[in-house]
Design a protein around this ligand. Structure first.
Ligand SMILES: [Mg+2]
Length: 267
């Protein structure tokens, strides 16, 4: 059963957490309610680069069809019309950057401090996103967390085209880049000591296959529902996810210390 974290109800992972991986959209920044419309509009403008006379209603039908076939709004359109998927996505994000100039991002001092604390405690951070590098860097700049994310620790769909909810590829790639050796005897334990923070529940299913612990961000009024087994901890926002990891490591270190003291007493 998923653990609902609060500072008064901390969670202890059974090992020290050595690295934290974050989703980007709606995790490292909270998307406003109108975000979905802006993404759709940006995708429409992107499609008009290829089909200048395209009507909005026709494009919406194309997106619906693409989602039905591939689970993603643009992948199916790119495949059906033989468009360069990476370029198509770049066009979309170029438009999205213009559309999110006002009131979309709210920098969060607690997040900035939380990321600093993680890294000061020797816990590297990574970003695993279905977006592309330009968008990830743009959003990091807007959130003033650009000191913590760069081309070396942002892993995007342009690098690993398999969606996080479709396979382990993105997570294996991230573990490779984080220098985590393959576990040939227990591949399902390779990711132990790694946490993945997400706002999309189904994106945690395949990270769980590798032993990566999933923390889900969930609005407080929805927390009492059931969560799948691959969700380990539930938090209301990304800052609490960071506190959860820091608290767990403190509890773990205190536990180790007690164990050492106990065995010293025994000897
Ligand atoms: Mg997300």
């Amino acid at each position: 059963m998923a653990h609902i974290y609060t500072p008064d109800n901390p969670y202890q992972f059974p090992y020290r957490i050595e690295r934290v991986m974050f989703d980007n959209d709606n995790t490292l920044f909270e998307e406003p309610k109108w975000s979905r419309e802006l993404h759709g509009l940006a995708a429409y403008f992107a499609a008009k680069n290829y089909f200048p006379d395209l009507k909005r209603a026709d494009f919406i039908e194309m997106m619906v069809e693409s989602r039905r076939k591939t689970g993603a709004s643009l992948d199916g359109i790119a495949a059906a019309y033989n468009l360069n998927e990476e370029q198509f996505r770049q066009f979309q994000y170029d438009h999205l950057e213009k559309l999110t100039q006002r009131g979309f991002f709210t920098p969060n001092e607690d997040l900035i401090r939380g990321l600093e604390t993680l890294r000061n405690e020797g816990i590297p951070v990574y970003m695993l996103t279905h977006g592309n590098l330009n968008w990830a860097q743009f959003t990091s700049n807007e959130m003033k967390i650009e000191d913590h994310f760069n081309e070396h620790n942002i892993f995007t769909k342009d690098i690993v085209p398999v969606n996080k909810n479709k396979g382990v590829d993105m997570f294996e790639y991230a573990l490779d880049r984080a220098g985590v050796s393959p576990n040939l005897i227990h591949p399902e334990r390779r990711g132990e000591g790694t946490v993945m923070v997400e706002d999309t529940e189904k994106n945690l299913e395949f990270s769980d296959f590798l032993g990566i612990d999933g923390i889900i961000i969930c609005p407080e009024n929805e927390m009492d529902r059931d969560f799948p087994d691959y969700v380990e901890v539930v938090v209301p926002n990304v800052v609490e996810a960071i506190y959860c990891v820091l608290d767990s490591n403190r509890l773990f270190e205190a536990h180790l210390l007690r164990k050492c003291e106990f065995s010293a007493l025994e000897n």
